[in-house]
Write a protein that binds this ligand. Structure first.
Ligand code: ADP
Ligand code: MG
Length: 280
């Protein structure tokens, strides 16, 4: 039996074990099981900082391929929610699962990223002295611990993947430009592209259009919309117009709890939501 077969065999055994005793071996299973079409389950999550509840019994279910927007006033717990999903913050109570079997509260940040949850922070972390193409190339190799990877030969498959991502992030004509010479918006897209090189199943994006021009904002809406389907995308954003332009389902957070969830029209006409936003 080669190592790949033995790995598959182990996963198979784990899944049977999970079925018999739910939860006990969830963290060790590395296979994403989305047989129920839900890719993220967050249930009853509470996070306290010195007694203050940043998240308070938070529930969130994200479907495979869904584009979900999360809105809510400052301090509502949006970033803390992302911290829990990515393993940066451990909840005091509740559960968070990636697919049916991966217990996010037991995996490290690294394990969660490798399992397929990518996160884009507000500040882009591109390599300024490298070209757009090289940035994507570097991003492709980071999970294989190949460094320095720019000297490694790309397979045609890898080359194709970079070309594909360049198309998605609308930077094909800029592929030879140094990242430091890109506009603010283009840097943000490049960083999304770097995440895409890792082929994530879920992408978490925190305030993607902050500081962007009107035109860049529109193109970011197209970009994020085009990612849905193949990826599940969770976008935290303040700008209501932007959210309206991309969102199917909107979740409104307030004081660490889901205040409302539905279409943009539904949540904007919800009297509790109106009250919270007027009070901001
Ligand atoms: P949002 O992203 O919706 O603006 P956050 O998740 O950043 O909200 O914060 C939610 C609440 O938790 C805020 O009141 C914030 O001050 C508090 N908070 C977040 N992180 C910490 C921390 N590490 N220590 C103490 N309080 C924190
Ligand atoms: Mg925040």
């Amino acid at each position: 039996m080669n190592s790949m077969d033995s790995l598959k065999e182990t996963m198979r055994r784990d899944r049977v074990f999970n079925f018999l005793a739910p939860g006990t071996h969830a963290a060790s299973s590395k296979e994403l099981d989305i047989s129920h079409d839900t890719i993220l389950y967050v249930e009853g999550i509470t996070v306290s900082f010195d007694g203050f509840k940043a998240l308070n019994d938070l529930n969130l279910h994200i479907s495979n391929g869904e584009l979900r927007c999360i809105i809510g006033p400052n301090g509502a717990g949006k970033t803390t929610m992302m911290d829990v999903i990515t393993g940066k913050t451990r909840p005091d109570e509740g559960m968070a699962f990636f697919g049916q079997t991966m217990d996010l509260t037991k995996l490290t940040e690294y394990e969660i990223a490798s399992a397929g949850i990518g996160r884009k922070f507000q500040k882009p972390t591109v390599f300024p002295e490298h070209s757009v193409f090289e940035n994507l190339e570097l991003a492709m190799h980071t999970n294989k611990n190949v460094w320095p990877s720019l000297f490694a030969r790309l397979s045609s498959e890898q080359h194709d993947q970079i070309m594909q991502v360049l198309d998605v992030i609308m930077l094909h004509s800029e592929s030879k430009i140094l990242a430091k010479n890109l506009s603010h918006g283009q840097k943000q897209w490049l960083e999304i592209g770097m995440l895409l090189m890792q082929k994530p199943k879920v992408l978490l994006v925190d305030e993607p259009i902050a500081g962007m021009t009107h035109q860049e904002t529109e193109r970011t809406a197209e970009l994020l919309t085009s990612l849905a389907g193949e990826h599940s995308v969770i976008v935290v954003e303040h700008d209501m117009e932007f959210v309206r332009s991309i969102a199917k389902t909107v979740t409104v957070l307030h004081e660490g709890h889901v205040l409302a969830e539905g279409s943009m029209d539904e949540v904007q006409n919800d009297s509790r939501v109106i009250e919270v936003y007027l009070g901001e």
